[in-house]
Design a protein around this ligand. Structure first.
Ligand code: SF4
Length: 218
């Protein structure tokens, strides 16, 4: 059973799939505790916040409510939208075993992406595109798992200062060497952007900006 915070169609604004129309499945629950998290309403699973699937699907703004859904419910929901790319995000989606859900969707011809902090085992179909945004030293006390870094197709790292680059270098020692590396300037500040461009240029990495924010879409 999946606890689903929201389902919405937009474009993927970040990293390799930038510009791709996508259906986002946001799952409830995350114990990582990043201070800058912009989805804090997904952290807690409070039984009193459970709602019907129909109510969750009509949600128009951030809220801690969620619906209980089986993988069949989710596949049926995905099929009602037009987007052919499905992004499973959170919260921390890898709190859930995503093997069956990703397999069913890929079997139906969808491309599937999972966005994870790397702190839980990544249980997905082999063709799933895995984006790891490694959360190091966060208040939740979880460590980034070597297996998650090895499974990553891309590593997307928020960067605000030099220390973030140093942390990334440590992470990359255990990561899949074929993984694309994206630096994401925190808050698109001038300083962070300049740092990202410099380091991407020097190291053969890339810069990812949150294009959906420039476009004014979710
Ligand atoms: Fe928020 Fe993601 Fe960090 Fe969880 S891992 S606290 S959802 S930014």
């Amino acid at each position: 059973m999946f606890l689903v915070n929201e389902v919405f169609q937009t474009i993927q604004g970040e990293a390799s799939y930038t510009g791709t129309p996508a259906l986002f499945l946001r799952l409830q629950g995350c114990p990582v505790g990043c201070p800058w998290c912009d989805t804090k309403h997904t952290w807690r699973v409070a039984p009193e916040h459970a709602v019907a699937i129909s109510v969750m699907l009509e949600k128009q703004s951030d809220a801690p409510t969620f619906a209980r859904m089986t993988w069949q419910d989710l596949v049926d929901t995905v099929r009602k939208f037009q987007a052919r790319h499905v992004v499973i995000t959170g919260g921390e989606p890898c709190c859930y075993d995503l093997t069956q859900l990703t397999s069913e969707l890929i079997g139906l011809g969808y491309s599937v992406q999972v966005e994870t902090s790397g702190t839980y085992p990544v249980c997905v179909h082999p063709q799933t595109w895995v984006t790891v945004s490694p959360k190091i030293g966060m208040p939740g006390g979880l460590t980034v798992l070597p297996d998650a870094l090895w499974r990553a197709n891309e590593i997307k790292h928020p960067v605000g200062r030099e220390q973030d680059i140093d942390n990334l270098r440590v992470v990359l020692r255990g990561a899949n060497p074929k993984a694309l590396v994206w630096l994401q300037p925190l808050s698109q500040s001038r300083r962070a952007t300049a740092l990202c461009i410099r380091e991407a240029t020097t190291n053969g990495w890339r810069v990812s900006v949150q294009t959906h924010k420039f476009l004014g879409v979710r």
